[in-house]
Write a protein that binds this ligand. Structure first.
Ligand code: SF4
Length: 289
């Protein structure tokens, strides 16, 4: 079985405990305009282009002229000779395909580097979209006795069936209101709420992450609604983290041929502190990674 990965590498403590091998899996069912990994959105992948390094000769269809690319021509191109026949810094496909066994072997060989409680984290894109492959990969990792974590937007209806294979479940919850959630991400939050409830009831180790975006969820009333939502449940196995907006992915939007639509979305320190204090006062455990 094969799996599409658009980025892989080690990261310390930000994607679960310790030093971790993180696989970013291609494809997402949301379209958040603040996404830091836009190259991971399209299921079929995307062409990342650095125009300053483009060379006209590498395209037999004339899509590249004077360091500009006509993506209309590329959309109908399946051979992609610019990539299959040439190796340049100017253009690449966002993902590579691997066999599941290859990744399990890689993780096994890397296990000496999993210090401080590390292991493997599956991230995205939205990792669960390649559901069968993710299931097989997690099984292989567990058989190899490797600590597993998944970073998910929580929207897959069968997410709960993966719980026995996941040591740490990291779930986003972007907005408590389904309509507002849909207005920015493209989908409502009904399934996410159901999965959150199930996770809080059934999973022993849950980290819930709330991205803080100005104009989307940074009002005091928003913080109160979020806290009120979680206070309904047993959160004794859960912790919470706030992820303030940043612009790290902006350059990649351009490389993918997409317009970056976020402007003035930074939240101030007072907003972050208000969220953290309110959650702590509500007995919701706040952490920083
Ligand atoms: S994807 Fe196809 S059309 Fe586009 S630059 Fe590459 S070879 Fe040319």
């Amino acid at each position: 079985m094969k799996i599409k990965v658009f980025q892989k590498g080690f990261n310390y403590s930000q994607d679960g405990p310790g030093n971790r091998l993180v696989y970013h899996l291609q494809g997402c069912n949301m379209s958040c305009p603040w996404c830091a990994n836009p190259e991971g959105m399209a299921h079929e992948g995307c062409l990342l282009v650095k125009t300053q390094h483009l060379i006209d000769d590498i395209c037999p269809r004339g899509a590249i002229r004077q360091k500009a690319i006509d993506r209309e021509i590329c959309n109908g191109c399946h051979l992609r000779e610019c990539i299959s026949l040439h190796k340049t810094k100017g253009i690449r496909l966002s993902y590579q395909t691997y066999e599941i066994d290859e990744l399990v072997d890689e993780a096994r060989r890397s296990s000496a580097l999993f210090y401080d409680g590390g292991g493997v984290t599956l991230s995205g894109g939205e990792a669960t979209l390649q559901f069968e492959a993710v299931c097989a990969l997690l099984k292989g990792l567990k058989e190899a006795d490797i600590h597993t974590a998944i970073e998910t937007n929580g929207s897959h209806p069968k997410l709960g069936t993966l719980f026995p294979l996941i040591d740490l479940l990291i779930m986003d919850f972007k907005h408590y209101d389904s309509e507002i959630h849909e207005s920015k991400t493209g989908i409502g939050n009904a399934v996410i709420r159901t999965n959150l409830m199930q996770a809080l009831g059934d999973h022993p180790n849950v980290l819930i992450r709330i991205p803080l975006i100005k104009g989307f969820n940074d009002a005091k009333e928003d913080a109160k609604h979020f806290a009120a939502f979680f206070k309904q449940y047993d959160t004794s196995h859960a912790s919470f983290e706030f992820l303030p907006y940043h612009e790290y992915g902006m350059a990649k939007w351009e490389q993918c041929g997409m317009a970056y639509r976020m402007h003035d979305a930074y939240v101030d320190t007072k907003t972050i502190m208000f969220y953290e204090e309110l959650f702590s006062e509500s007995n919701l455990s706040v952490i920083h990674t």
